[in-house]
Write a protein that binds this ligand. Sequence first.
Ligand code: SAM
Length: 246
Amino acid sequence: MKSSSYQRDARIDWQAFAPDNIPTKEKWPFLETFLDRFPPLNAPGRRRTVLDLGCGLGRISRVLFEKGYNVTGIDINQAAIAEAKNKGSAGSPSHFRHFALANSAADPLPYLNDAPFDLIVGQLVISIIGDLRDRRQLLANAFQWLRPGGWLYLSASGVSDEINSNYARLYAQDEPLTGEPYSYFSRDSDGNILYKTHHFQSDELQVLLQTAGFNQITVNTVKEQSSRRPDQAAYFFYATCQRPIE
Ligand SMILES: C[S@@+](CC[C@H](N)C(=O)[O-])C[C@H]1O[C@@H](n2cnc3c(N)ncnc32)[C@H](O)[C@@H]1O
């Protein structure tokens, strides 16, 4: 990663983002399949626990709750958390918290009082969390918050210039600003920068997960519609991995 003369703080971008415009997907077939096969930890007499990292309006959190999990959803966007709480069903054991992931590695691990979790889900978060240090720190946090033997499910955007020339143009245009290949700025219709997105190369996510200490790593690549441009194709990675049983 080269140093960039154009510094932008991803936390400020996401704190200010209009909650109803937070990018999401309508369906999560990989997550559904993973949950159907999710190897149960030995949890007699208690609901299994899941953390929804960067939960936005809590759509996935609610599906997880309906599937029988005790859910904690965290997000840096206070307005999104307020909406997620409002949409929650009465008596639901879902907890939504305003919480910032990926603090600098120099800081102590942020304290999350519901940890440890049996499962952590991070849908469309590792691509937009900031730079490489933030991605590493997200995974370090997730590792520490998982129970030994617990699983992490992540979705991430993939490098898509071969199937979509718009991405080739964006990568070339913004690399001098982001300082990183395959990173670009998502912009609104007036051209104002909204946030930075990083698209992963095929081995990149695998190596990050390995380096963070996970094993049993599986990364599936799928060609889909882009989350913000549904008329355009993009690659996505769906990764699952386990915190080793100590
Ligand atoms: C692309 S959206 C995905 C939302 C949700 N996971 C979904 O799939 O519907 C990314 C989410 O990550 C949140 N986010 C970004 N940076 C964060 C951080 N440092 N800590 C916690 N949440 C963050 C954003 O506010 C946003 O809600």
